[in-house]
Design a protein around this ligand. Sequence first.
Ligand code: C2E
Ligand code: CA
Ligand code: CA
Length: 519
Amino acid sequence: RDQTTRCTSELNPRIDYRIIPGEKPTLIVHQELGMAPGTSNVVLGTVQDITQQRATERRIRELAYTDKLTGLASRAYFYKHTEDIIRAARRRHERFALLYLDLDGFKDINDSLGHDMGDELLRTVSQRLQSSLRDTDFIARLSGDEFCILVDNVRDQYDAAEVAERCLDETNRPVWLGKQQVRARCSIGIAYYPEDGTDLQSLLKAADSAMYAAKEEGRHRYAFYRPELTQRVERRLQIEQELRLAIERDELILHYQPQVELSSGRLAGVEALVRWKHPDMGLIPPGEFIAVAERIGIISSLGEWVLNKACEQLSRWLAMGLPELRMAVNISPLHFRNPALLDTVTRVLETTGIPPELLELEVTESVVQTTGNDFETFERLRELGVKIAIDDFGTGYSSLASLRALPIDCLKIDRLFISDMLDDGRAAVLLGTIVNVAHALGHVVVAEGVEEVAQLQVLQGIECDIVQGFFFSRPVPAKALPEIVRDGFPGVAAKGQENHDVVAAETPTSGAGSRTPSS
Ligand code: C2E
Ligand code: CA
Ligand code: CA
């Protein structure tokens, strides 16, 4: 403007500027500041300088305080804001809740559909979460697929639970990623100020351990923090610190779960499943340490150990005169991508002398997606004579169509499918289709997680080839296997008695000697 303007400072309402076009602005100091009232010419730059500086500062603040990908508040902003909220809550004696939200299986989506699609999913989920919250709630993206939500002024625990429920629903609405429709799922941990923590770090830790508990309790759910969870955090830390030594100290062991040929009831093979016999903590299941091994970069040596032991064991059984069994070994996607795997398998086959076709490597769908159309590892492994199975089929994002090009031998249908089968008629129909397609492609179909005779019947109806599950046997130590071959599965006859046409249940090991059924 071309006339003199007076405006008040943002910082101190008792200081005014006088701005005369073309001149440096001057400060007007008021009497009540305890300074000599009057005008000062020295303090400020030109108007342009000031606005520019302000704009820059605002921009810096925005950059630091917003998450570039999603537009939500950033981690830095979250920290600052939470500390403000804590101070206010302390003053006013109020409670608030901190929700820690982590997407389930986000890594799989990233691995199988690519990072761009992963980013797209994060953006969509962020928008949905934000719009489902009340104005007073605050949401930030902490990193990757982790979000935090502050729910202010909660009366009881239902307030936060309600927000958590809404988040579960919002994330689970279908999202189109390219041509693929996915439904994200998430696990949420809830901690309260002040009961579960009175400062930022302890609150975050509490909400984080509650989130882990939600994952352990089955995912896509929420859990409240409880004090005993802290022990679990310590356990996780201990596992992380000692896992490297476990291999050196020879603390890992393998158990073997029988796989039964459905048409004959014959024992077709076993799956090797690793456990850690910890000197203080007892038997630790793989669910607690495989992901750790992947994270700390020792999964290939762990996988090599498993391959060695499993094949040695098979060669011992064969030497004892047991019928030929297939030995299925789980290979982590990271290990599968390691070029050294081929040499390892070659060497293990040489040193143990087992027929290569008795070794089956189980890899999950995500391996298939990341290798794209480059099936070299698959093909080179099959040239060695070993079999390849796709594990946990049906949980990932690969379609039946993508199976066609795959050089594999066997499809293992995930346990979730089997457990849904009886309640949901559509699941059984879909399963039938999968079996047909797999057979048309020449693959053997294995159903895992079979626990009930009714599931066995459905699987028989749709001509599934092999079943594995607690119905027949839990994973057992090596020394239990000869007995199973000789006497069958303890307890199965009783379970099967209610139903006489379940052949496998009654004569579990008859007709031993032949191999994988050809389909
Ligand atoms: P997975 O490959 O899907 O293995 C099957 C898991 O389901 C095993 O759990 C087995 O005990 C369990 N299971 C079998 N039948 C039933 C049933 O009827 N009902 C129920 N509820 N569960 C059943 P486990 O031994 O705890 O292994 C968990 C996962 O850890 C495995 O899932 C596999 O992904 C991984 N894992 C195990 N051993 C190894 C290994 O040597 N290397 C690698 N990379 N991963 C392994
Ligand atoms: Ca498996
Ligand atoms: Ca599986």
